[in-house]
Design a protein around this ligand. Sequence first.
Ligand code: NAD
Ligand code: ZN
Length: 239
Amino acid sequence: MKLDTKAFRNIVVLTGAGISAGSGLRTYRGADGLWNEMDPESFSTLEGFKRDPLRVWRFYSDVRDAVLAAEPNAAHRSLAKMPLAAGASLTLITQNVDALHQRAGSVEVVELHGTACRTKCSNAACRLVPFEDTSVHRKEVPLCRQCGSPLRPDVTFFGEMLPMHAAMRAKRALRDCDLFLAIGTSGTVSPASEYVRSADYVGAKTLYINLEPLATPNRYFHQSVLGRAEDVLSSMLGG
Ligand code: NAD
Ligand code: ZN
């Protein structure tokens, strides 16, 4: 199936872990799910971090290693090269923390769940500016040089609020979107389920692209294309 993206003015794309599966990064859910044979949802939470920050750092050290070893795949590249009409906008919203969209050349990326290779202070009142960081910590928890609190990866833990700026940008883009694509994300849970509803409400065409079908039908998706994102997007948008 071909998609003429030049026929749209305000395109919103939401991606999930499935778009990076072709880069060798494992999804949490889905057929090949369970990164590291662990269940991050049980400890990658604010309470989990307070209880055992080293366990969380060990997990994200593996994530950092995996992300740095990975390369963008054809799906990331197709989105970075999506043909657009003059003056049209593309807002690429991702739940991934791997920065592979940016490495593929996408400039404006809204990172809903933060990014693995950035570190911040766990003390919300601290003025430490979050910084790019590829270091790994498996033996000791790194501490903030300003306030002494444990540092943490700048990712959204399960149960935490989405970063305000990213959530606002996503909402703004959805307000006048005319094409919405959800790619490699289990489309029945938030935010995909909410975003597709808003997009449908404002009259956008909505499309679900994933390896597996939706677990529960979602009538706000007008069409589904099942397959690997790297194959589907290459033929849909050109590679
Ligand atoms: P998810 O709920 O978005 O589900 C992933 C979906 O991708 C599954 O439905 C699966 O069928 C599909 N999929 C697998 N391979 C695919 C392919 N080649 N092409 C298209 N679809 C494919 O994501 P999740 O795995 O449950 O992760 C939840 C959250 O954990 C993410 O939103 C993210 O914050 C974090 N996470 C990030 C990364 C990353 O940055 N690469 C990886 C794993 C998890
Ligand atoms: Zn601090």
